[in-house]
Design a protein around this ligand. Structure first.
Ligand code: SF4
Ligand code: SF4
Ligand code: SF4
Length: 317
């Protein structure tokens, strides 16, 4: 069957090398297609709700607004069925995901297509210091098939091109978010690279915590306070953390690990080399994005063998 690039039983996505491919039904495909068509409008509504929340003082009205936002966003407690949610990834995890998407055997569609940042399209704004629209939404599997059909100009990329894009964005301090839709019934469809001001996903998480627009990833940062150079000599973690997990209190850096989403942005720029990632033991999204995939080559796990992955995935079908 071929409808708007729909690949029939081969349309779908994957959680990881040891999991069966997840087919996406024609109905899911059409629902997601409709979401894609309306995404800029949905993002504008989301931005307006967050603006209203941010501008409302503590009190009953703010509580009501929070309830409305949580209901509209269809949070993880309610199953994430119709609004995409991101899982935050560090650099190596992102590179692993790209390798997997590009090489896994069995998918018949586009695999990866890059397009313009829809948060920028929706807001008609660019982050500070950026002069033109950034092409950094890396749609994956059935997501690539859908977005290639929308009039945004998405074009197919290979693994090397995709890695070049995400590495450039990481240097800018952007967060890698692997988005999924339809809760447990489906999986990933886009790998976004998000700035901390215009991205409504990052902003929603910073304002209202994880579970609303994005989830804590499979890693978390630890800090060796004895190596910290302090806010005057460095202060990069305060400046760059998109989630407000670092603050200056009485001239010292205070790191709130509970707020850490595991994006690695502070690790990359820490002048004192005081920070590194470690595995998050209570990572709760193996059913969407399996840690055996994203953490391959780290924490005692073997590197991902692309040839083996291809064989395993082929045997699953
Ligand atoms: S989620 Fe991130 S990359 Fe995706 S559209 Fe928004 S800012 Fe752009
Ligand atoms: S503390 Fe570091 S790794 Fe954690 S969310 Fe902030 S910038 Fe990302
Ligand atoms: S980035 Fe590293 S060295 Fe710099 S203030 Fe933060 S912890 Fe200290």
């Amino acid at each position: 069957m071929n409808f708007l690039n729909y690949q029939g039983k081969n349309s779908g996505t994957y959680q990881g090398p040891n999991d069966k491919p997840m087919p996406v039904s024609l109905l899911q495909y059409i629902v997601h297609y409709a979401y894609g068509v309306n995404e800029p409008t949905i993002l504008r509504m989301s931005a307006a709700m967050l603006d209203e929340y941010e501008g409302t003082p503590e009190g009953l009205r703010r509580k009501v607004l929070e309830k409305v936002i949580r209901t509209a966003q269809n949070t993880s407690e309610t199953g994430n069925k119709l609004i995409p949610h991101g899982i935050v990834l560090g650099r190596k995890a992102t590179a692993n995901l790209i390798d997997f998407v590009y090489h896994v055997e069995g998918y018949r569609g586009a695999r990866m297509a890059v397009g313009p940042c829809i948060c920028q399209v929706a807001s008609h704004k660019l982050p500070e210091g950026v002069e033109e629209m950034e092409w950094k939404d890396l749609t994956l599997f059935y997501g690539a098939d859908i977005y290639k059909d929308l009039p945004l100009g998405h074009k197919e990329v290979n693994a090397e091109e995709a890695k070049e894009i995400f590495e450039k964005m990481h240097e800018k301090g952007y967060v890698h978010n692997a988005f999924y839709l339809f809760g447990k019934r489906s999986g990933l469809f886009v790998l976004c690279n998000c700035d901390k001001d215009l991205c409504q996903t990052v902003r929603g998480t910073r304002l209202l915590g994880p579970g609303l627009t994005s989830e804590k990833g499979p890693e978390i940062t630890k800090r060796d306070a004895s190596k910290c150079l302090g806010p005057e000599e460095c202060g990069m973690c305060v400046k760059r953390c998109p989630y407000g997990a670092n603050k200056i209190v009485d001239g010292q850096i205070v790191f709130n690990r509970d707020k850490c989403m595991g994006c690695e942005v502070c690790v990359t720029t820490c002048k004192g080399h005081a920070r590194e990632l470690e595995e998050r033991k209570d990572y709760g999204f193996d059913h969407i994005l399996n840690r055996s995939l994203v953490l391959a080559g780290k924490y005692g796990r073997p590197e991902m063998e692309i040839e083996e992955l291809i064989e395993e995935a082929a045997n699953e079908q």
